[in-house]
Design a binder for this molecule. Structure first.
Ligand SMILES: [Zn+2]
Length: 348
């Protein structure tokens, strides 16, 4: 089968580690599903793998791609009850939990001690077929294309957990989402709006602020001075929560924008991980600083139900054929995209 894979990692030109070619079609083992992939979406995780910036040991060749949409082809022995019939359109849960640590045996496998994803622990979705735990194969919401389904995994799941599980936001709450142009921030704006929140977003760039409004923000603010602007818009109160996945460039304004007793949830730190902590403000205003990463299978199921119930459509960027995966990665690396970059994997 054809696949886009890493043949090595690191070095001066990490994208040279990417190759598209023929690899053996995988066979599902006990408790596993074989899925025919129709579309995959790219994540920065794919670039990190090529650069050698992942914590998991990688065995080469390793097929890239954390997220995919496709059709169940077959199951290995011991198919779990309730799994979708072969031929069913599905979405793939991207986390590969170890299945036996304290976290995996409890309610929150996203805290797994041997946490890994499709494309690092096992082969990913940028191949015509992928094998994964049968429980990770979830029926695709009605009305979603394979490309839209492939966009939901990593980015939208991370945003869902940050907003609704970790920050505990409810309809009627207000949220400021920093760095409106990133994929995670776009997902957070869409989900927060669909859930009945008052949504503020920031960007330095006017065109990107316009896009934030298009995907659902009520107000889009300049990143500089966002704290003061939020106080002006909220009668001096501040927002219930700030989603800050940027870090150093935005942290100061995030702490200014949040109300006393509110929370700042951190699902990433793309702009640097060590801003001044401003602890006086944290204790005096009784702020909660909350980390968040990926999500559980149960959260993925809830996300899919939310998408189906609200009609939310993930924002898609360009689609590339599998043979042009390198061009797709280059587009992501340049940060030119708005929404998820799609690779059409299957012949269809
Ligand atoms: Zn585990």
């Amino acid at each position: 089968m054809r696949a886009a894979y890493a043949k090595a990692m690191g070095g001066e030109a990490p994208l040279d580690n990417l190759e598209v070619g023929e690899l053996p079609r995988p066979e599902p083992g006990p408790g596993q599903a074989l899925v025919r992939v129709e579309a995959a979406s790219l994540n920065h995780h794919d670039l990190w793998t090529l650069r050698g910036q992942v914590g998991t040991p990688i065995i080469f060749p390793r097929i890239l791609g954390c997220d995919g949409g496709g059709v169940v082809e077959a199951y290995g022995p011991d198919r779990p009850a309730g799994t979708p019939e072969p031929g069913t359109p599905v979405v793939l849960y991207p986390v590969i939990p170890c299945g036996h640590c304290e976290a995996c045996l409890g309610p929150d496998e996203s805290l797994c001690r041997e946490f890994g994803m499709l494309s690092d622990k096992v082969d990913g979705t940028l191949g015509e077929y992928v094998v994964l735990p049968a429980a990770s194969v979830l029926p695709r919401p009605a009305g979603l294309s394979a490309a839209e389904a492939a966009s939901l995994g990593t980015t939208y799941l991370t945003a869902y957990r940050a907003l609704f599980t970790r920050a505990g936001l409810r309809p009627g709450h207000s949220v400021l989402i920093q760095g409106a142009s990133g994929g995670l921030s776009t997902a957070a704006i869409q989900l927060a709006r669909a859930a009945g929140l008052r949504v503020y977003a920031t960007s330095r760039d006017e065109a990107k602020r316009g896009r934030a409004l298009e995907v659902g923000a009520h107000e889009a603010l300049d990143t500089n001075g966002a704290g003061r602007a939020i106080l002006g818009l909220t009668d001096g109160r501040g927002v219930d929560c700030v989603v800050d996945s940027v870090g150093e460039p935005t942290w100061r304004e995030s702490l200014r924008a949040v109300r006393s007793g509110g929370s700042v949830v951190v699902p990433g730190a793309t702009g640097g991980g060590n801003p001044p902590a401003d602890l006086n403000r944290v204790f005096w205003r009784q702020l909660s600083i909350i980390g968040s990463s990926m999500g559980t299978r149960a959260e993925m199921v809830a996300l899919l139900r939310m998408v189906e119930a609200t009609g939310l459509k993930p924002l898609l960027d360009e689609t590339f054929p599998l043979g042009e995966t390198r061009a797709a990665m280059e587009r992501m690396e340049r940060g030119e995209h708005a929404g998820k970059i799609i690779v059409a994997v299957g012949a269809g």
